[in-house]
Design a protein around this ligand. Structure first.
Ligand code: NAP
Length: 259
């Protein structure tokens, strides 16, 4: 993995930041893209502290016109992209009758069309060089249904479908395409969800977090480090392709390393 170049979307915070730093620890040079400049710069600085080259990129995965220049900037600065981690994502809950077309479209654009557009940018080069990894951060919601999240669940099922179809297409060409499917992970996404639940139900924030943790089959929140470890393993592995790696909190929790 040393000297591979990885582009991690949504790498400014949460799971994306920990994945970027996990790859940096293995010797990958990392480009970190998202919309909040300060956060991506902070992740890039932390990666540099680990001794690799790193670049903060302004990236909105829904803004198709900006993706080609953004990827060109990564190639010019770090080299061709060997590893794409489609991690940027949004999650808003709503009962179906309040799932308006705006909320629906946002989920499909960020969680599905974004990964499709970025993969289009980097896959031709990977196939040419006969080496590449595309890792899509999906969700348990990409495999199972749950109430009040039709838009999110639909988008993550689509991302899993995208993973499987593309994996079949690139099979045997040196490129693998896999998905990681975590249950609830200890990041802002869960803290924001817990705030919404607390506001809607009158439960406390802590009770809402606890209720979300209990939904995970293992009864605890997944740690971002577990998602990062799975992503690193998928980069290292030559043969796993079209797989959905489930992280549901069943194993003992790893130590927290992130801020
Ligand atoms: P998070 O803390 O909210 O981080 C989301 C990241 O995505 C941020 O860096 C955000 O940056 C970026 N992002 C959002 N919209 C974007 C856009 N249009 N263009 C570029 N970047 C964008 O959430 P997280 O928990 O780390 O989630 C990361 C991924 O894991 C998501 O795909 C999520 O669906 C998935 N996941 C999370 C959980 C969970 O419980 N936390 C469980 C399963 C799967 P900006 O806002 O600065 O752009």
């Amino acid at each position: 993995m040393v000297n591979r170049v990885a582009l991690v979307t949504g790498g400014g915070r949460g799971i994306g930041r920990v994945i970027a730093l996990g790859l940096a620890r293995e010797g990958c040079h990392v480009a970190v893209g998202a919309r909040t400049r300060g956060q991506v710069e902070e992740t890039a600085a932390l990666a540099r502290d680990l001794g690799v080259r790193a670049l903060a990129v302004d990236l909105d995965v829904t803004d198709g016109a900006t993706l080609t220049p953004a990827v060109s900037e990564v190639i010019a600065s770090l080299g061709p992209v060997d590893v794409l981690v489609n991690n940027a994502g949004i999650a808003e809950s709503a009962p179906f009758n309040r799932t308006d077309p705006g909320l629906w479209d946002r989920h499909l654009r960020v969680n599905v069309t974004g990964p499709y557009l970025l993969t289009r940018e980097v896959l031709p080069g990977m196939l040419e060089r006969r080496w590449g990894r595309v890792i899509n951060i999906a969700s348990l919601a990409g495999l199972y249904g749950a109430p009040y999240v039709t838009a999110y669940t639909t988008s993550k099922h689509a991302l899993v479908g995208f993973t499987r179809a593309l994996a079949a297409e690139v099979s045997g060409k040196g490129v693998t395409v896999n998905a990681v499917c975590p249950g609830y992970v200890a990041t802002d996404m869960v803290w924001n969800g817990a705030r919404t639940i607390a506001a809607r139900t009158g439960r406390s924030f802590e009770e809402a977090v606890e209720a979300m943790a209990r939904i995970n089959p293992g009864g605890r929140l997944v740690e971002p480090e577990e998602v990062a470890a799975a992503a690193v393993e998928l980069v290292r592995n030559e043969t796993i392709n079209g797989e959905t790696v489930v992280l549901d909190g069943s194993s003992p929790a790893p130590p927290r390393r992130h801020a």
